[in-house]
Design a protein around this ligand. Structure first.
Ligand code: SF4
Ligand code: SF4
Length: 233
């Protein structure tokens, strides 16, 4: 089976984007968080993404955005599960990665969590997009409204080309508009961001109260939207 066939399976099972990275491309990831630390037989990583409906970014009420994101997260895990089973049926050893929870690494003093594999970096390494100063994966067509999933594969595949794109020179809209001062252009300080991006209500709900760094970005919704005036800016 080749890269194109793997991508076709992923797209037929609900992915909107799919790219392939070689395992070696993850050599810069922290020890313990590389594909082979998770699954020693891994030789390639199939990274896919599902679109998140983008107009919710511009709605005044945060509930829709929160709910849509929660739903797409569940759908992304289901898609990863379907891809994993389909590849298993074709004799390809593989292990799926959760799109978000569960995770083990947690620094309580910094309110810092780290997933077993950085999926936004995986998206970059498989050619799905570039990493913006808001730390999000930005795909030229779909912008940053993506939920990412991955399946570690025990076979060697031709990797996709990494995109040679970055944020426009001089743009720092996301950094300047972060109400918590949590962005520095390369990382997000989770301790500052978390109380707003994962706001806990008295009743116990977790709401995405802030996504300013996402919706202020001129590339937020990709090429479909950038031809229009961004209503936020
Ligand atoms: S979600 Fe809000 S608080 Fe967190 S980095 Fe983005 S703009 Fe800042
Ligand atoms: S707002 Fe500007 S600097 Fe921030 S991610 Fe978008 S393009 Fe990059």
């Amino acid at each position: 089976m080749n890269s194109q066939q793997i991508k076709q399976i992923a797209m037929e099972l609900g992915a909107d984007l799919c790219g392939i990275a070689s395992e070696e491309r993850f050599s810069g990831a922290p020890e313990g968080f590389r594909p082979r630390d998770i699954y020693s037989k891994c030789k390639s990583v199939a990274v896919f993404a599902k679109r998140v409906p983008s107009e919710s970014l511009y709605a005044e009420n945060i509930i829709s955005y929160t709910h849509i994101n929660n739903l797409v997260m569940q759908e992304t895990d289901r898609t990863a599960l379907s891809i994993s089973l389909a590849l298993q049926d074709k004799g390809i050893p593989n292990v799926m990665i959760p799109t978000d929870d569960p995770l083990e690494y947690w620094e309580p003093e910094n309110q810092y969590a780290r997933g077993i594999l950085s999926l936004r970096h995986a998206g970059y390494l498989s050619g799905l997009g570039y990493l913006g100063k808001n730390t999000l994966l930005i795909n030229p067509r779909y912008g940053n409204m993506l939920q990412i999933g991955a399946v570690l594969l025990g076979i060697v595949l031709e990797p996709d080309k990494i995109l040679d794109t970055r944020c426009p020179d001089g743009c720092r809209l996301c950094i300047d508009n972060c109400p918590a001062g949590a962005l520095d252009g390369t990382t997000v300080i989770q301790k500052l961001c978390r109380p707003l991006s994962n706001f806990k209500t008295e009743k116990g709900y977790t709401l995405k109260k802030c996504y300013r760094c996402r919706n202020v970005c001129p590339s937020a919704a990709g090429t479909a939207r950038t031809s229009h005036t961004n209503p936020i800016t």
